[in-house]
Write a protein that binds this ligand. Structure first.
Ligand SMILES: [Zn+2]
Ligand SMILES: [Zn+2]
Length: 232
């Protein structure tokens, strides 16, 4: 038992029972049965890949999510934003993320020798408030498990309001122009051809689509999204 367990003992985010972040009883509410959608037309796609007829030059190539954004997943993601739980809970969430991804054939087929994981960044104001980006923790953990390098190639240049209460069109407008290629990384794309953008939750997909667009404009050949949870 570490010092952290004394001050912040592990307890189930759903029922409060001590011992684990999700107890065995509540674990059954975590569903790996994600129904992937095409981020271009918002309709279902059976394997996570963007429909052939929806593909375009600056369009995201697909998105893979590990669990559905149900009640327990929501509580996990919420808890993850409080620093005392970050490291320990992060490992648990990386396990879920990894387990969900390795079940997907299309995910493996999208992997290449030059694949790079890129976390979706926070704006620096928010980063300073929180002190960390929880998505970095997921990206690093996943990179270790998959043997893939992680690089912060994208920066957020404009602060955006929360996407939660916005409709699809408003979300697109809200996120437009929010990202840029990180200074000094403009030339990275000649050697790195496949990029997996990492985020915690997929809702409308407008954030991933916008980040994919600027990466493709910078020369990335393939860009996919990877998210721990998928809100349906
Ligand atoms: Zn429980
Ligand atoms: Zn489509």
């Amino acid at each position: 038992m570490g010092l952290l367990d004394v001050f912040f003992p592990k307890k189930c985010v759903n029922c409060g029972v001590f011992g684990a972040y999700v107890c065995p009883t509540c674990f059954i509410y975590i569903s790996f049965d994600v129904r992937p959608i095409c981020l271009v037309c918002n309709r279902q796609t059976y394997n996570g890949l963007t429909h052939e007829y929806c593909r375009g030059r600056y369009v995201i190539d697909g998105t893979f999510s590990s669990i559905t954004f149900g009640k327990v997943a929501k509580r996990l993601v919420y808890r993850f934003k409080y620093k005392p739980f970050l490291k320990d809970l992060g490992e648990f969430m990386v396990d879920l993320f990894y387990e969900g991804l390795i079940q997907k054939e299309a995910f493996f087929q999208s992997l290449h020798a030059d694949t790079l994981l890129v976390p979706i960044p926070l704006h620096r104001t928010k980063y300073r408030q929180r002190g960390y980006n929880q998505v970095d923790v997921l990206a690093k953990g996943l990179g270790k498990r998959l043997g893939l390098p992680v690089a912060s190639l994208v920066v957020r240049i404009r602060s955006t309001k929360s996407q939660v209460n916005l409709d699809q069109k408003a979300r697109k407008e809200n996120i437009a122009g929010a990202f840029a290629i990180a200074p000094g990384h403009e030339g990275t794309f000649s050697v790195r051809k496949t990029i997996f953008l990492v985020d915690d939750v997929l809702t409308s997909g407008s954030t991933l689509s916008e980040a994919a667009r600027i990466l493709k404009k910078a020369g990335a050949a393939k860009v996919y999204g990877l998210t721990l949870a998928h809100g349906q």
